[in-house]
Ligand binder design. Structure first.
Ligand SMILES: *[C@@H]1O[C@H](CO)[C@@H](O)[C@H](O)[C@H]1NC(C)=O
Ligand SMILES: [Zn+2]
Length: 595
C-alpha cells in the first residue's frame, strides 16, 4: 500500500496545507507553444476533423505537396491484388444490379430494431426480452442462403453467432471477421428529429444513402461481412484457411452476454493465440485533402476505470456547519477540484498508434505548417521533441486524450434537505487509460488525491475494506472502483498479418474504389487509437492481430449522427465495406504463410 502515496508530489500537499483552499495543489499544464502553434478548434470526435484540425487560420501552408522524398516515414504501400480469377470486386463496386440488391438486404437489416439497454437480462433467463434478435437472425438466414447453407452455425448463449467456413488446410489458424447485432437505443424524444424514421432503413435516392439506427454502427459491417462471404460462395471460392464470422449481441452494453461468452467458446475451440487475425468495427478512411485519403484502422484501445469516491461524514443541523467551513459536499468539491486541477500527465509511449497517425498526417496532409511537420518528424527519435509534441497535443481537444489517461467526473450524489448537513456524498470519475499506463497507476493517482484531501480536511481513508488512514471525528473517505479494463495490447506491425491487412485496404481503394476517379487520388494506410472499447476487448487472448476497421470514407458529418439522430451511411461506403472484406478473405487465403 505504501507505494500508493509516493507518486503524489509532496509540494502539492505543502501548498495545500499552508495556503489551504482556492488554487491549491494545482499542477497546471503550462500553456506553451501557443505562439508557435495555432490553438486549434474543438470538436468532439477526433477522427472526423483531421481536415479542419491542423489548418492555420486563413493561411495556406507552403508545404502543400505530398511528400515524395525518399526519407518518408509514411510511404504509400503496395496494393495486394488477389489472383482469384472469378473476382467480383468490380461487380460489388460498380454493378447497378448488385447495388440494388445490396441496398435491399442492408435496409432490411436496419428495419429490425435490435436495441439493447445499458443492462440487459441474461438471454437464457429471458428469451422474450431478446425476441428481436430471433427475428434478426431469421432475416439473415433468409437473406444470405448460401452462407447459411455452406457455413456451420453455432449459437453461443442463445444469440451469439459463430459461422465457420471450414478451410481445406486445418493447420492454418482461422481468420475471424466480427461485428455486433445490437444497436444503441433511439431516444424516444428525438424520434421526430429523424429525417427518416430510425427503423425505416430508408434509401434516399437523391443522396444515395441508407438511413437508420445501426446503419453505421454496426450493421454496415455485419451485412458487409455476410455479403462478402455470400458473393465469394457464388463465385466458387473455397478457402484454404478457415474463415470465422462472429456476431455478438450486446456490444453497446459492453458485451457481458455476447462477446464475453463467444470468447470463451472460441478459446476453448482454438486455444490461446489460436487465430490468425480479427477484424472488427472501428475507424474508416479519412479524406485528408481534396485528393489524399488515409485509412486509419484502430490498432489499440485505451483502458477503462470508474473510480468511486464517497465522503462518509456526519450530519447535523445546517445552522451549525463544521468548524472547517466545509460540509461533506464541500469536501467532495475539494477532492473533485484537486482531481480536475491535477490531470494525468501525458506520456510518449512508443507503441501508441497516435505517433504513426501524426507522422502520416503531417507528411501527407496539406494542413500542417512546416514547423509542426518538423517537430513531428524529429519526435520520432528525439526525447526533447517528444516532450514538445506532447505539450502541443495537450492543447488540442481531439488529440489531448490520446496521450494521457483522461478523467471525467460524471455522477455526483449528496444532500437531501436544505436544513440538514449532508452525511454521505459520492461521485464517480470515469477514466480512459493511456496505452502505456495501467489500471493500477490510475487507481494510485486517484487514491493519492483522496489521501491528500483526507489529510488536509482530517478525514480517514478507506480502500478495499482497509483503513489506510483511521476514521476521524469528521468521518472518512472511501475509494473504490468498477469496470476496470487494461489498455488493449497494440497490434504488431512487423508481421505478415499486418502487411496483408494493410495491403488489402490499399488494394480495395487504390485499385477499386478510386480506380476510375477523375482526379489523381493518393491513398495511404496508417493506424489510430480508440478512446472507447469494442467487443475485441474479450478477444485479446485469441490473437495479437486485432484490427478495428470498416472500409468506409468517413464523411465529415458522419460522426454527428453516430449513436445520435439521423444515423446514415452512403451506399458507396457500404459497397466498399463489402469489397474490402471480399479482398481481405482472398488475400489472407492466397498469401503463403505458415501462421
Ligand atoms: C464465377 O462467378 C459466377 C458468379 O459471379 C458464377 O456463376 C460462376 O459459376 C463462377 N465460376 C466458377 C468457375 O466458379
Ligand atoms: Zn459498434
Amino acid at each position: 500500500m505504501a507505494i500508493i502515496y509516493d507518486t503524489y508530489p509532496q509540494e502539492d500537499k505543502l501548498v495545500m496545507s499552508t495556503k489551504d483552499t482556492t488554487n491549491a495543489g494545482v499542477r497546471k499544464i503550462k500553456p506553451i507553444w501557443k505562439k508557435v502553434f495555432v490553438l486549434l478548434t474543438c470538436m468532439s470526435f477526433y477522427f472526423a476533423y483531421y481536415n479542419s484540425f491542423f489548418s492555420k487560420n486563413g493561411m495556406v501552408s507552403f508545404c502543400s505537396m505530398p511528400s515524395t522524398t525518399a526519407s518518408s516515414n509514411c510511404p504509400m504501400i503496395k496494393p495486394l491484388s488477389p489472383t482469384f480469377e472469378n473476382s467480383s470486386v468490380e461487380r460489388i463496386l460498380r454493378d447497378p444490379e448488385f447495388k440494388k440488391e445490396a441496398i435491399e438486404k442492408f435496409s432490411g437489416a436496419i428495419k429490425i430494431d435490435t436495441e439493447v439497454q445499458d443492462v440487459n437480462p441474461s438471454p437464457k433467463k429471458d428469451r422474450q426480452y431478446w425476441s428481436q434478435f430471433t427475428k434478426f437472425q431469421d432475416y439473415l438466414k433468409e437473406t444470405f442462403p448460401l452462407t447459411f447453407a455452406h457455413l456451420e452455425l453455432d449459437i453461443v448463449n442463445e444469440f451469439g453467432m459463430v459461422l465457420t467456413w471450414e478451410g481445406s488446410n486445418s493447420d492454418l489458424k482461422p481468420m475471424m471477421l466480427t461485428a455486433h447485432q445490437d444497436v444503441v437505443p433511439v431516444n424516444p424524444s428525438t424520434v421526430d428529429q429523424w429525417t427518416f424514421p430510425p427503423y425505416s432503413g430508408a434509401y434516399d435516392k437523391e443522396t444515395d444513402t441508407v438511413w437508420g439506427r445501426g446503419s453505421f454502427d454496426c450493421k454496415n459491417l455485419l451485412i458487409g461481412e455476410l455479403q462478402a462471404v455470400e458473393t465469394l460462395l457464388q463465385d466458387g471460392f473455397k478457402p484454404t484457411r478457415t474463415v470465422l464470422v462472429i456476431f455478438g449481441f450486446d456490444e453497446e452494453s459492453s458485451g457481458p452476454h455476447g462477446a464475453a461468452t463467444l470468447s470463451k467458446f472460441l478459446l476453448e475451440k482454438y486455444g490461446s493465440d489460436g487465430l490468425y487475425s480479427i477484424v472488427d468495427e472501428g475507424f474508416g478512411v479519412v479524406k485528408v485533402s481534396e485528393d489524399i485519403y488515409m485509412a486509419t484502422p484502430i490498432t489499440g484501445e485505451k483502458g477503462h476505470l470508474n473510480s468511486l469516491f464517497e465522503i462518509k461524514g456526519h450530519g447535523g443541523h445546517s445552522s451549525s456547519p463544521p468548524m472547517s467551513g466545509h460540509t461533506n459536499i464541500g469536501v467532495a468539491a475539494k477532492l473533485i477540484s484537486l482531481l480536475e486541477d491535477t490531470p494525468f500527465e501525458a506520456a510518449y509511449t512508443p507503441e501508441n498508434p497516435v505517433w504513426n497517425l501524426l507522422t502520416c498526417l503531417s507528411e501527407h496532409s496539406t494542413k500542417f505548417d512546416s514547423k509542426t511537420k518538423d517537430i513531428i518528424k524529429k519526435s520520432a527519435t528525439s526525447p526533447k521533441y517528444q516532450k514538445i509534441l506532447l505539450e502541443f497535443l495537450l492543447e488540442s481537444q481531439p488529440f489531448k486524450e490520446l496521450v494521457r489517461t483522461s478523467q471525467a467526473v460524471d455522477i455526483i450524489k449528496g444532500g437531501v434537505k436544505s436544513n440538514a448537513l449532508p452525511e454521505d456524498v459520492s461521485f464517480v470519475v470515469n477514466h480512459r487509460i493511456e496505452v502505456g499506463s495501467s489500471v493500477q497507476e490510475t487507481i494510485n493517482h486517484d487514491l493519492d488525491a483522496a489521501q491528500s484531501i483526507a489529510e488536509i480536511y482530517s478525514y480517514g481513508l478507506k480502500y478495499k475494506d482497509e483503513f489506510l488512514i483511521p476514521e476521524t471525528e469528521n468521518g472518512y473517505i472511501v475509494y473504490d472502483y468498477t469496470s476496470d479494463l487494461e489498455p488493449a495490447p497494440v497490434s504488431p506491425h512487423n508481421n505478415n498479418a499486418w502487411e496483408v491487412f494493410t495491403q488489402s485496404i490499399q488494394e480495395t481503394f487504390e485499385n477499386g474504389v478510386f480506380a476510375n476517379s477523375d482526379n489523381d487520388i493518393s491513398f495511404y494506410v496508417t493506424e489510430s487509437l480508440a478512446t472507447f472499447n469494442t467487443d475485441t476487448k474479450f478477444y485479446w487472448d485469441l490473437t495479437r492481430n486485432i484490427y478495428r476497421f470498416q472500409a468506409v470514407v468517413l464523411p465529415e458529418d458522419a460522426l454527428k449522427s453516430f449513436h445520435s439522430v439521423n444515423e446514415h451511411i452512403a451506399v458507396k461506403d457500404h459497397l466498399s465495406t463489402i469489397a474490402f472484406v471480399y479482398n481481405y478473405i482472398l488475400n489472407v487465403n492466397e498469401y503463403e504463410t505458415s501462421d
